[in-house]
Design a protein around this ligand. Structure first.
Ligand SMILES: *[C@@H]1O[C@H](CO)[C@@H](O)[C@H](O)[C@H]1NC(C)=O
Ligand SMILES: *[C@@H]1O[C@H](CO)[C@@H](O)[C@H](O)[C@H]1NC(C)=O
Length: 196
C-alpha cells in the first residue's frame, strides 16, 4: 500500500515537472519571438532629418501615350458634375522642371478616384518612386484628398521605403498648367518629409 502510494506520488511529481517545463518553454519562447524592444541606434537608425523635395508631376490623359488611364466608373458617373466614381490608374513622370522633356527624377504610381459629389475632389493613393540622386530606389507613400481646383492642396505622407523608412510629412500640390481640351495637367509638388 505504502509502496503504491509512493509510486503514485512520484508519477505525479514527474507529470507536474514535465508540464511545468512544457508550459514555461511555451510561454517564454512566444514572448521572445513575438516582440522585443530594439535600440534605434543599434538598428542603424541615424538622427531624424527634414528634407524638401521639389518636382513637377505630369498627368497625361490624352494623346497616344497617356500616363493616366481610367480603369473604372459607376453607372451614374456620366451624370455627375464631379465625375463621382471615376477611378484612374497613373504612372505619371516626375521631372525637375515644368517641361516634360526636363530631367526625370521619379514616377507617381497609384490611383486617384473622384470621391466628392459637391466639387472635384480626388482620393489620392500613390507612391513616389524616385530614380535620381541619393533617393534613387526609395519611395514615399501619399494618401490624401486632392481638391484639384483649389490653389494649393495638402496631402499627408504616410510612410516610405529605402532612405525614406519611417517617413512622415506632407506634400503641397499646385497646378502649374492645365490643358482644358486634352485634360493634361502639370502639377508642382513641394514635399516636406521627416526621415532618418
Ligand atoms: C451614361 O452611360 C450609360 C452607359 O454606361 C448610358 O446608358 C447613358 O445614356 C449615359 N448617360 C449620359 C447622360 O450620357
Ligand atoms: C538608379 O538605380 C538603378 C538600380 O540600382 C540603376 O540601374 C540606375 O543607374 C540608377 N540611376 C541613377 C541615375 O543613379
Amino acid at each position: 500500500m505504502a509502496k503504491t502510494l509512493q509510486n503514485l506520488s512520484s508519477t505525479y511529481t514527474i507529470l507536474i515537472t514535465i508540464s511545468f517545463f512544457f508550459f514555461s518553454t511555451l510561454v517564454t519562447s512566444e514572448t521572445h519571438h513575438f516582440s522585443r524592444p530594439l535600440s534605434p541606434s543599434k538598428h542603424g537608425l541615424k538622427r531624424e532629418k527634414l528634407s524638401h523635395l521639389h518636382f513637377y508631376f505630369h498627368d497625361i490623359v490624352g494623346g497616344r501615350t497617356p500616363t493616366a488611364i481610367k480603369v473604372a466608373e459607376a453607372l451614374t458617373t456620366n451624370t455627375s458634375m464631379t465625375g463621382f466614381g471615376t477611378v484612374v490608374m497613373i504612372d505619371d513622370p516626375l521631372t525637375i522642371s515644368p517641361e516634360s522633356s526636363s530631367k526625370l527624377v521619379g514616377k507617381a504610381q497609384g490611383i486617384y478616384a473622384s470621391a466628392s459629389q459637391s466639387e472635384v475632389g480626388f482620393l489620392m493613393a500613390l507612391n513616389f518612386v524616385f530614380v535620381e540622386g541619393k533617393f534613387n530606389g526609395s519611395t514615399l507613400s501619399v494618401l490624401g484628398r486632392n481638391a484639384v481646383f483649389s490653389a494649393v492642396r495638402e496631402m499627408p505622407i504616410v510612410g516610405g521605403s529605402g532612405l525614406f523608412r519611417f517617413a512622415r510629412g506632407y506634400v503641397l500640390a499646385s497646378t502649374h498648367q492645365f490643358d482644358i481640351k486634352s485634360g493634361d495637367a502639370v502639377v508642382e509638388y513641394n514635399v516636406y518629409v521627416f526621415h532618418h
